[in-house]
Design a protein around this ligand. Structure first.
Ligand code: SAH
Ligand code: SF4
Ligand code: F3S
Length: 487
């Protein structure tokens, strides 16, 4: 745990009542939890362990690091699997299959818990914001100890402490919040790179999407808090940050004084020690020329932009409430490519949105062929209860969707492989991320444009930026050779 957090925790006086202000209140409950965990340690004759499982997006993953930070602060040791004394699932509900995974794994956990009755199971994240889910949990999942949602994750220590005191499942779900609580412990997955939340929630209400309902309204963090967090990360050895938000291009609109995402990026660029800046996700409707100009002249912003298309049909885009059409999207891509010629573009595409015809689908294929994405995430439309699209006429038959999905994937992969092949032979700076799991003589790293390369190296290189020659393209990744250290 970071020294500043440990000091704060050390200052807690449990003889006093719990403070009313945040985050002080949470440090108080962390100190309380510590006592429970120490008791458990004596009972078990070993240090209790925890396991966090992320089911969703980068924001969900960042939240899991916050959960891990608290669990470590209160005395749990990290376990490598679900066979742990405290298991928490950080759920996602963006598509039905994300949901199903959680129900499936809960069955397995229940069986494990029967053999280890002292074990605690907690659920949090986006799926918990759905009333039907909570109802089902209350009815049929009494073995779960703690359930909370997305808006009160900062209260984890307090809820954990309550779950030690209370026999029945602790439920705490909020509808929304305007609060942002800063300065709680975080345990990063990687020492050299980190996500940084810049905003929470979403106001866009794309008609298929459940995120605005489960993550609440858009709230931006203050720029000074973001900068301070990144400065600390840099001092702690982090070389790459990924700025996170559902729609980073609308960052700062509701702040006083207001600030744009492009301005924030310029501030982040000044932070010494940070060599690479990434961000996610950009909504095409809000991507400004100011941002393109900042990207063009930046030495640190990576040459990669994830720009979700969703559909290439202007008619479907309107039904999706995306607020751009095919032509606007293509012209945006052209402006970006002109300003940043070697940028890699990736995207998200949904197939089978209600009312999508073969002609609409052909429009999507047309955009894919024109833009030539370096890679694309393709999704089959999933009906989410409560969203406008769920009530729309003309749900597309499964067979037609499957057929379109396969054709799209083929096209995306053909183009992606051509794009990757064109890079072979180049010399590129690479941030080394890990020793290769399959072959320990190799290390694996990422190019600025997000491609992955494997090359001979050792653990000492992890976290460093080195120059690598891309010798051989294997479809979507490369084998390379290390040239020299790049400071
Ligand atoms: N805020 C981001 C996306 C977050 S969700 C953005 O606007 O780009 C990630 C992706 O999941 C979306 O881009 C979309 O392609 C996909 N998605 C969201 N809801 C979906 C649904 N109901 N069915 C299928 N895919 C969906
Ligand atoms: Fe969902 Fe649209 Fe918000 Fe992205 S911008 S999270 S797709 S509503
Ligand atoms: Fe899933 Fe929630 Fe992210 S629904 S995609 S984890 S914001």
């Amino acid at each position: 745990m970071d020294r500043i957090y440990a000091e704060r925790l050390g200052q807690v006086d449990l003889k006093q009542p719990a403070p009313q202000t945040e985050p002080e209140r949470q440090y108080y409950f962390m100190a309380e939890c510590r006592q429970y965990v120490q008791g458990l340690e004596q009972e078990l004759g070993r240090r209790p362990t925890f396991f966090t499982q992320t089911f969703g997006c980068q924001m969900n993953a960042r939240d899991s690091e916050k959960l891990s930070g608290i669990l470590q602060a209160v005395g749990y040791a990290q376990a490598g699997s679900e066979e742990a004394d405290f298991v928490i699932y950080n759920t996602c509900t963006v598509r039905e299959n994300a949901n199903n995974k959680v129900w499936g794994r809960l069955g397995y956990l229940n069986a494990y818990k029967k053999r280890h009755p002292h074990m605690k199971i907690a659920l949090c994240g986006c799926m918990m914001q759905e009333p039907e889910v909570i109802e089902r949990l209350r009815k049929s999942y009494p073995f779960v100890n703690l359930v909370f949602g997305t808006h009160n994750i900062y209260k984890f220590a307090e809820l954990l402490s309550l779950s030690f005191k209370q026999k029945d499942t602790v439920f705490d779900i909020w509808k929304d919040t305007s609060q942002i609580v800063e300065d709680l412990p975080i345990e990063r997955k990687y020492p050299f790179k980190s996500g940084v939340n810049i905003m929470f929630g979403c106001n866009n209400f794309c008609s298929y999407c459940i995120v605005p309902y489960v993550r609440g309204r858009e709230r931006s963090r203050k720029p000074e808090d973001i900068i301070r967090e990144i400065q600390r990360l840099a001092a702690d050895g982090v070389a790459e940050v990924m700025l996170l938000g559902q729609n980073v291009n609308s960052y700062g609109k509701n702040l006083e004084p207001s600030i744009t995402f492009a301005q924030l990026l310029q501030e982040v660029e000044k932070i010494e020690g940070i060599s690479r800046i990434r961000f996610m996700t950009s909504h095409p409707k809000d991507l400004s020329d100011g941002l393109i100009a900042v990207m063009a002249k930046s030495a640190k912003i990576c040459k990669h932009l994830h720009l979700p298309l969703q559909s290439g049909s202007s008619r479907i885009l309107k039904e999706m409430n995306r607020r751009y059409d095919k032509e606007q999207y293509l012209s945006l891509v052209e402006r970006i490519r002109q300003a940043v010629p070697d940028i890699a573009l990736t995207t998200d595409i949904i197939v089978g949105f209600p009312g999508e015809t073969e002609e609409d689908f052909q429009e999507t294929l047309d955009v894919v062929r024109q833009v030539r994405y370096e890679s694309a995430f393709t999704f089959i439309y999933s009906k989410r209860t409560g969203t406008p699209a769920a009530a729309m006429e003309g749900q597309v038959p499964e067979e037609a969707v499957k057929d379109r999905f396969d054709r799209l994937l083929k096209e995306v992969q053909r183009i992606a492989s051509e794009k990757a092949n064109a890079l072979a032979g180049r010399k590129e700076p690479v941030l080394v991320e890990e020793v290769n799991a399959q072959d320990p003589r190799l290390v694996t790293g990422r190019l600025s444009n997000n491609y992955v390369v494997h090359f001979p190296g050792d653990a000492g290189m992890v976290g460093k930026i080195v120059d690598v020659k891309l010798e051989e393209c294997r479809g979507f990744y490369f084998y390379g050779r290390h040239l020299c250290t790049h400071i």
